[in-house]
Design a protein around this ligand. Structure first.
Ligand SMILES: Nc1ncnc2c1ncn2[C@@H]1O[C@H](COP(=O)(O)OP(=O)(O)OP(=O)(O)O)[C@@H](O)[C@H]1O
Ligand SMILES: [Mg+2]
Length: 453
């Protein structure tokens, strides 16, 4: 502050002396006054003038100074300050308004873009030309399990699938969009539809945009559809071939021997029955899937239904030396479709008896409160061969059998559980399984315990 004052004073004196000297010289030449008098008078008046300007200047510059500080801080200058600045203030106010509008528009656009990126199912990653990641939306963070500090890391550090990295590098190298299907094998099989687009600004490569869509579900459905056709053909081929050879054998001469004829005709009847059972099961699945099966909800006495099931299977169970019983609280009622419940229990108990060689099959029922809802849970427990854990996730798929040969011998198509699951889900419930190899299995039906009529 002091330095500035000394500087200004010195400047004032120097300017005054210079002006006084110059004007004194001119005055002494033209006004015939002594040079020193003219010099002194003019020096004094110049000094006063220079001092006035020097003193006035800071107060003129002061609002500008405050304005600079406000703008530097990103603050809007106050109305009073703009008033002090007069016309300049008006221009600045106008500029500030435009600036504000532009900034808030940019903020809105940015927020919109972020919402879109957050909501997108597709994984999106943007990286600079040198591979430094600048953006990854939540879908990408989740899908590729990116570390929290993914930003500013190189793409190569993020452990992205090899196929995706290849597409990205090619997009950067050839400056051309790349697309392809990427298969991930570890930790679980997944399929991606991926695009890598170079980001060119004025022809200059600035980075790369990577977009990946999860195709796993679609692929799985495609595979199920293909397997389904293959399975149906396969299941039909065997009985049809058997029928043909039986018919041929009868035609060749078998028909003349009463014993052979009897046996062959019985075999034909059995195979025909098998084919018709397969077709009925397939039709049933198709009807449920197409939403064509109608459900008739009513109050169902669980003990009554399970009692009927026990009666139906008691002969088959006793022939295998198995005990079968139902332990259901008397008052247990549920609002559901009785035929559907009966069909599902039939499939579960059929399996329990089929895959148990000694011990017992018990049907239990109880009320259960779980994940905020009330359920009626009916379970079928057996002491049978059990299901190895690696098969459990696929057990409800169509045509899935743990031991294909053994199950086929026992007449199964691998459709019972898949039908059971479809039915239970269609009536608002769910079905779960717990199993231990060599110890047995428990299949549980969860039905929402809605109000009874
Ligand atoms: N209680 C059980 N104990 C052991 N394994 C079972 C049990 N229930 C089902 N499984 C296994 O799950 C597979 C699928 O069962 P699912 O009922 O769908 O078909 P299936 O009994 O073979 O034939 P289907 O029911 O069409 O006659 C069976 O082949 C069997 O390997
Ligand atoms: Mg079955």
């Amino acid at each position: 502050m002091r330095d500035r004052f000394v500087y200004r004073l010195t400047l004032t004196i120097v300017v005054a002396i210079a002006l006084g000297f110059a004007l004194g010289l001119i005055a002494s030449l033209f006004l015939k006054v002594s040079f020193f008098v003219a010099f002194a008078l003019l020096s004094i008046s110049s000094a006063i003038m220079a001092l006035t300007i020097a003193l006035a200047l800071p107060s003129l510059l002061e609002p500008l100074q405050r304005l600079t500080i406000a703008l530097k801080r990103g603050e809007e200058p106050s109305g009073l300050l703009l008033l002090e600045l007069g016309t300049l203030g008006e221009a600045i106010a106008e500029a500030c308004k435009t600036w504000h509008e532009t900034v808030s528009q940019l903020k809105e656009e940015r927020a919109l873009l972020q919402t879109i990126l957050r909501r997108m199912d597709e994984a999106i990653i943007v990286a600079q030309e040198n591979g430094t990641v600048i953006l990854a939306n939540p879908a990408a963070q989740k899908f590729f399990q990116l570390p929290n500090d993914y930003a500013q890391r190189r793409l190569t550090e993020l452990d992205l699938p090899f196929g995706l990295m290849e597409l990205t590098q090619n997009a950067l190298r050839y400056k051309l969009p790349q697309m392809g299907e990427v298969q991930i094998i570890h930790p679980e099989e997944k399929f991606l539809d991926a695009y890598a687009t170079p980001l060119l600004i004025n022809g200059q490569l600035e980075g790369v945009l990577v977009v990946a869509r999860d195709l796993t579900k679609l692929k799985r459905l495609e595979r199920i559809r293909k397997d389904f056709v293959a399975n149906v053909s396969h299941e039909l081929r065997t009985p049809i071939a058997t029928l043909r050879s039986l018919a041929e054998a009868l035609l060749i001469g078998g028909k003349d021997d009463p014993e052979i004829r009897e046996n062959f005709l019985q075999a034909i009847a059995d195979e025909t029955e098998r084919i018709s059972r397969l077709l009925n099961n397939l039709l049933e699945l198709a009807r449920i899937e197409a939403g064509q099966r109608e459900w008739h909800f009513q109050n169902v006495d669980v003990a009554e239904i399970t009692g009927q099931i026990v009666d139906r299977f008691s002969l088959a169970a006793s022939q295998k030396g198995l005990k079968i019983k139902a332990e259901i609280p008397e008052e247990l009622k549920v609002r559901t479709d009785p035929d559907a419940l009966m069909q599902v229990l039939f499939n579960l108990v059929d399996n329990a008896v089929k895959y148990t060689h000694q011990g017992e099959v018990i049907i239990r029922g109880e009320r259960f409160t779980y994940t905020g809802g009330d359920w009626v849970v009916i379970s079928v427990t057996d002491t049978g061969i059990g299901i190895p854990p690696e098969h459990l996730p696929r057990i409800f798929e169509r045509f899935y059998r743990v031991e294909k040969a053994r199950s086929r011998q026992s007449g199964g198509f691998g459709l019972g559980l898949s039908i059971a699951k479809h039915i239970i889900e269609s009536i608002g419930g769910k079905i779960t399984v717990q199993s231990q190899v060599g110890k047995g299995s428990t299949f549980s039906i969860w039905l929402p315990s809605s109000k009874l009529d």
